[in-house]
Unconditional design. Structure first.
Length: 205
């Protein structure tokens, strides 16, 4: 799931798009507007400088997730403030359940624990989970060589698995960094790796 200019590659359930971006030192995404979208920024390496017209100005580092509710409208930009380090990030768009929400912003630290899935975004939110205005739960998982993670999608639920780093086996099938898989009528998931990997798992209505 990627290029937003390619309509056939846009959207699975409420998950609209996942963009993987590299921003060279000193460069930026200039100010631009969004409306009626949950926008998540997940930094893989480097540091992003976020600014918006709500007055927020913050640094987003690896190990953090930022949620921005565009709602009735928001203007924002992301910069790479480093003079020598490339910024690598994922920007994820999720459609909200309700249109016309008040714009808002949230950012949480993610204490990654290898060998398990951790909730980092959900309708309920939490100490280390951003609040999503959608019936969706976002997990992150870091697997070291030999780790095995099992997960079950409840009846009527759908999944999307995105490989963030490394190589992982999903129910025996090999996936590499940048691969994404829609999970339909496949409730029992097993993740394994011989090399180490990091994944995002979306549990969707």
């Amino acid at each position: 799931m990627g290029d937003i200019s390619t309509p056939k590659h846009i959207g699975f359930r409420a998950l609209r798009v996942i963009n993987e971006d590299w921003i060279v030192p000193g460069s930026r995404f200039p100010s631009h507007a969004h409306q009626d979208m949950e926008i998540l920024t997940y930094v893989l390496s480097g540091t992003a400088l976020h600014t918006d017209n709500l007055g927020h100005r913050s640094l987003i580092r690896s190990g953090q997730l930022q949620r921005m509710t565009a709602g009735t409208g928001i203007i924002h930009s992301e910069d790479n403030p480093s003079s020598d380090e490339k910024l690598h990030l994922l920007q994820i768009w999720i459609e909200p359940e309700e249109l016309g929400l008040l714009p808002s912003y949230e950012q949480k630290d993610i204490p990654l624990a290898p060998g398990q899935l951790q909730v980092i975004g959900s309708r309920q939110g939490g100490e280390h989970a951003d609040t999503l205005h959608q019936d969706a739960t976002l997990y992150t998982g870091r697997l070291e060589a030999g780790d095995r993670i099992e997960y079950q999608l409840k009846p009527g639920r759908y999944g999307w698995l995105q490989v963030v780093r490394g190589i992982v086996l999903l129910n025996g099938g090999k996936l590499r960094q940048g691969d994404g898989v829609a999970l339909v009528r496949e409730p029992d998931l097993t993740l394994e790796t011989d090399f180490g990997s990091e994944v995002l798992l979306f549990d969707l209505a």
